[in-house]
Design a protein. Structure first.
Length: 277
């Protein structure tokens, strides 16, 4: 029996590759998360360096706790079963009135993971309306592999400026606006992207990427993941430490190793040296 999603929602995820929204955090909880993030940004001069946008669950207990949110894990269990690893976390931040966007892409093309049973979630820490540049998806695109170009466009938030080589006018697209505290779910192969933030507030979100433990990493000899529910009988990933305080020495060291591995994976086969992750 499903714990969170209805049978219809699970069927939608399997057919269309996405389901949204799910209410997870209260407005106050989302506000507290945003305040913690922005306090951390101030320590870094106002914005996070590129390598700290990824894997912050290794560094901060509040992000690790968000990754392990019971309602989120119950929903993920509805989609991939009771044994769950979280491969990574990534902050997605667009400043107010910012031209930054995320090009249309499929994550599995670049992540080196061995199957498409990976569930990506996007947690809104501020409102993500269409005007603010919320995520949009191409329903059913998780059932195909699409070609990408690497543009390294200045305002594209993706590491290699990835863009699908498809005519979007011939595709159905669906936007997934979220209020602060809401969460969207999409398959790792579902094509998605987002536009610029035309509002006067920051658009802040964090994504987590959950997978069954039999998943393997094919682009690096070493990779890490957090065991967040059930058991891992496969051992393909080294388990991330669970932080008990902010920026602990051992956690910072592990995060450095994980970030280096992520850079190797993301830029595997890249046609340029513009490595900015």
């Amino acid at each position: 029996m499903a714990k969170v999603f209805t049978d219809q929602q699970i069927e939608q995820y399997e057919t269309d590759g996405w389901v949204s929204p799910l209410n997870v955090l209260s407005e106050e909880q989302a506000r507290q998360c945003r305040e913690r993030l922005e306090a951390w940004e101030l320590l870094r001069g106002g914005s996070l360096p590129a390598h700290e946008r990824s894997g912050a669950h290794i560094l901060f207990p509040w992000i690790d706790e968000l990754m392990r949110n019971e309602k989120v894990l119950n929903a993920v269990e509805d989609l991939i079963g009771p044994d769950i690893l979280c491969w990574n976390s990534i902050f997605w931040i667009k400043e107010a009135q910012s031209p930054s966007y995320v090009g249309w892409h499929q994550d599995l093309q670049y992540w080196g993971l061995s199957n498409s049973e990976v569930v990506s979630i996007w947690v809104a820490l501020s409102d993500a309306s269409e005007e603010a540049g919320c995520m949009s998806v191409i329903p059913g695109s998780h059932k195909e592999i699409l070609d990408h170009a690497e543009t390294y466009a200045e305002d594209n938030l993706l590491s290699r400026g990835q863009e699908l080589e498809v005519d979007l006018s011939e595709r159905q697209t669906v936007s997934m606006p979220l209020r602060a505290g809401q969460v969207s779910f999409h398959n790792v192969r579902t094509a998605h992207g987002s536009g610029p933030n035309m509002t006067n507030d920051r658009r802040i979100g964090i994504s987590f990427h959950y997978m069954p433990p039999y998943t393997e990493q094919r682009l690096s000899e070493w990779d890490s993941a957090s065991l967040v529910r059930g058991a891992d009988h496969h051992g393909h990933f080294e388990h991330c430490p669970i932080p008990t305080g902010d920026l602990e020495e051992d956690a910072v060291s592990f995060h450095k190793r994980a970030s280096d591995a992520m850079r190797e994976i993301i830029y595997h086969g890249a046609r340029t040296d513009r490595h900015t992750l």
